[in-house]
Design a protein around this ligand. Sequence first.
Ligand SMILES: [Zn+2]
Length: 324
Amino acid sequence: MDFERFKKTQSRVLKLIENSFNKNRLVHAYLFEGAKGTLKIEAAYYLASLLMCTGENKPCMECTECKRILSGEHPRIYYVEASGDSIRKDQIDDLIFEFSRKGLESGTRVFIIKDIDKATPSAANSLLKFIEETKEGIYGIMTTENLAGVLSTIISRSQVVSFFKVKEEDLINEYQSNGVDLETSRVLSTITNDTLEGMALYNEGTVQEIMKLVKACNKAICDEDSPYLAFYENAKVLMDDWNNKKLHQMFLDLLIVITNDRIYKTLGQDERIIFCDEINDYDDNSDYHKIFRQVETMVSFKQRLRYNINLETMYVEMFIEVSK
Ligand SMILES: [Zn+2]
């Protein structure tokens, strides 16, 4: 648990949590919402440490309770995340069962649910009932990157706390000071708000491989060659782990980013271009409307990733549509 990074990058949230705790105004259900990489889970564990710490200056990070939280092994913290694409009802039922029993240890108990928007309707409804009946000493913290996808009744019964993104230029500067080139730094700043995660993608070479693939597809689209062929010739990074949807998501996100770059080029807004090494290859006389339609196509195909689909068919269809 990296509390230092949370404290450094989310000082507004930190203040809110600490003030509520100090004034005894904590509520029993929180919904932490914000972009990927805004350290919402770290904040959830930080709040749990405040509640459970037995030291003087809470959270002290030195008492047994704090140490158990830091090691991720606190018996009175119950953590739930999506298994596969969703949070199922039986996962919520297990949580409720766990909290209905008298634990071996007495004291405050906390449940943390990551990506609550992924709960199935029946899971969300069970949870809702549980939240309404929550007893003294039980706190729930849910997180989401997609507030619009959360059941409105869950939102209305929770205190929503918004996590803001770190400024893009601060992210880019941090990557560059770690030795990452400017273009890759800019690309990473669009993928995640968490520089540790970004550096991991860089050190594994994943982001560089996906950028290579994105550039090859983009070039084929611009040259009116076959983007589908360019995709298959360069998609080793995806094929090695074909069922990993995060990689497909990253590929499609960056394909949209580079296509948007072409729009910025035609508009003369060069400073907004992310794939800045490609800048001179863009044609500033391209048809703005055509590129815009390509972006729309990519966005609509990207939404299909949420479902159980045949990815190969999806790419064939998408590239045919984009090439029209
Ligand atoms: Zn402590």
